[in-house]
Each structure stands twice: as structure tokens, then as C-alpha cells.
Design a protein around this ligand. Structure first.
Ligand code: 15L
Length: 267
């Protein structure tokens, strides 16, 4: 049997840059993809350039792959055309190219912003109706729906990670609830790539945080054992929060500033 070929889109992005050193020993031969090549390619990595809006380039990137880690796209709120191209058309191109190439597994980077308009007071599971807080959040809900379609119609194994915020430590008080360490997201990616029983799953990409707003028991039953604890970084997060000050809309909802942006409703 030949070695697995795993393609990682968005490899030059924020999360990609943080986790590549952790992925390299676990997945030797990992094929990185992005529009621009990372400057510091490791000996065990290869690179194939692809613009997600170009079906031919995406097809070339996933050719021969058995699995795809799809983190490519636009990672924050943006103008409609930006979201449409990178996250709607780009995500479709990825899943369709993967299907045509016979890819068996996709791990998709969804986001907390697919459910950002749930109030912080509420604890939600992964079975709630989506409540996107932005065009970006809508595009992540679209990606989850597309993943379900390819799982149910074509038998692909699809794992959607509703990622909170990845980093070495939580950036503010909101991130105390949603923070995930680079090590823990790598653990979730591993479940998506290797768990024998996955057809379609949505799990929260969050560490073992005391103030979490999410019931992540599905991830737990798939074997997820997060090691990060945001409480270890509370002093840092609170100090950073003090510099930001209150946000009358953002502070009510899980999505924070994404909810407050362009907001014209009453609270
Ligand atoms: C996201 O989905 C973004 O990609 C990231 O830049 C952060 O804004 C994160 O959510 C967050 O909610 O903190």
C-alpha cells in the first residue's frame, strides 16, 4: 500500500502557520496548498499552489489525495464578493474536486461565527439551528451543509470543526470561552483524518475551557481529550480585555465583534 496523500489547503494562513510544525511529524509528506507558498517549507512538506476559485487548480491540488484538510478561504468578515469567491465558490470547488478525485475524507474548518448570534448565556450543542453573525458566518454554515451533502450523497467522511480561536493563549475574555490551543486543534484534525466511524460530524474546535458556551460531548465520544485550559491564562486575557472596553452588542453574543459589525437591530 502506498503512503497516504493528505492535502492541506490554507497552509500559509494563520492557523496553518501555527500548526504546520505539529503536523509535520504526524503526517510526513503532507501536501501544503495555498495561493502563496510558505517561506519556510519543511523537508517533509511539499507544496502545490492553488487558487480555490479556479476549479482546474483545485483539481490539480487534490489529485491522488485520499484526504483533505480544508482551511483555505477568507478567515474574517468581508465584502460579499470576497466571501462569495473564497468561501462559497472556493468551498464548492474543493468538495467537488475532492469527490472527482476519489478523496475519502475531508476535515473542514467551520467557525463559531456560524452560530455567533446565540447569546453567551446559552449553552449550545452542535445540533442547534445555525445563527450566523456575518456573511462570513453564513459561508461557514454553507460549508457545513455542503459537507453534509457530500457525506450523504457520495459517502465522503466529513468532519466540520466549528473553530473558536486558535492561538498560544486566549486573547481576551470572550476567547476564554472559545480558545483552542494549536495542539488541541491538531488532535481534532487527527480524529477527522483517522476515526473509523465518521460519516458526517460537526464538533466544536475548543479546548477544555471552564467558561465554554458549547456542549462538545460529540467530540468527546469520538475520543477528543483536550489538554489546553483557558483558565491557565485568565490573568492575561483579563488584562487584554481591560484595554478593549465594553461593546453593548458584541458582549451579549457569542460571536462578539462579528455580531456588532453593521448591526442595525435593537438590543
Ligand atoms: C474566526 O472565525 C476567525 O477566522 C478568526 O480570525 C477569529 O476572528 C475567530 O473567528 C474568533 O471568533 O475569535
Amino acid at each position: 500500500a502506498s503512503a497516504r496523500r493528505i492535502v492541506f489547503t490554507g497552509a500559509s494562513g494563520g492557523i496553518g502557520t501555527m500548526i504546520r510544525p505539529l503536523l509535520a511529524p504526524l503526517y510526513p509528506g503532507l501536501v501544503l496548498s495555498d495561493k502563496v507558498k510558505p517561506k519556510d517549507l519543511l523537508p517533509s512538506e511539499t507544496f502545490v499552489a492553488a487558487d480555490l476559485t479556479k476549479p482546474d487548480e483545485v483539481a490539480a491540488a487534490v489529485k491522488g489525495a485520499d484526504s483533505v484538510i480544508h482551511l483555505g478561504g477568507y478567515s474574517v468578515e468581508g465584502p460579499w464578493d470576497t466571501i462569495l469567491q473564497a468561501n462559497i465558490i472556493g468551498c464548492y470547488n474543493l468538495f467537488e474536486a475532492a469527490r472527482q478525485a476519489g478523496v475519502k475524507r475531508v476535515v473542514f474548518a467551520s467557525s463559531n461565527h456560524a452560530v455567533g448570534f446565540y447569546p453567551r448565556k446559552r449553552k449550545i450543542g452542535t445540533d442547534v439551528t445555525v445563527r450566523p453573525d456575518s456573511r462570513y458566518g453564513v459561508s461557514k454554515a454553507f460549508g457545513e451543509a455542503l459537507g453534509a451533502l457530500y457525506a450523504d450523497k457520495h459517502g465522503m467522511s466529513v468532519t466540520c470543526l466549528r473553530i473558536g480561536n486558535v492561538g498560544p493563549r486566549p486573547l481576551d475574555v470572550r476567547r476564554l470561552a472559545i480558545w483552542i490551543s494549536p495542539e488541541d486543534i491538531v488532535q481534532l484534525i487527527g480524529i477527522g483524518l483517522n476515526h473509523p466511524d465518521i460519516r458526517f460530524e460537526i464538533v466544536y474546535g475548543v479546548s477544555d475551557n471552564e467558561t465554554s458556551w458549547w456542549d462538545n460531548s460529540r467530540a468527546q465520544s469520538l475520543g477528543y481529550r483536550p489538554k489546553g485550559k483557558s483558565e491557565d491564562h485568565r490573568a492575561h486575557a483579563e488584562a487584554e480585555q481591560a484595554k478593549i472596553g465594553p461593546d453593548p452588542v458584541g458582549d451579549l453574543f457569542q460571536g462578539g465583534t462579528f455580531c456588532a459589525s453593521e448591526f442595525t437591530n435593537d438590543v
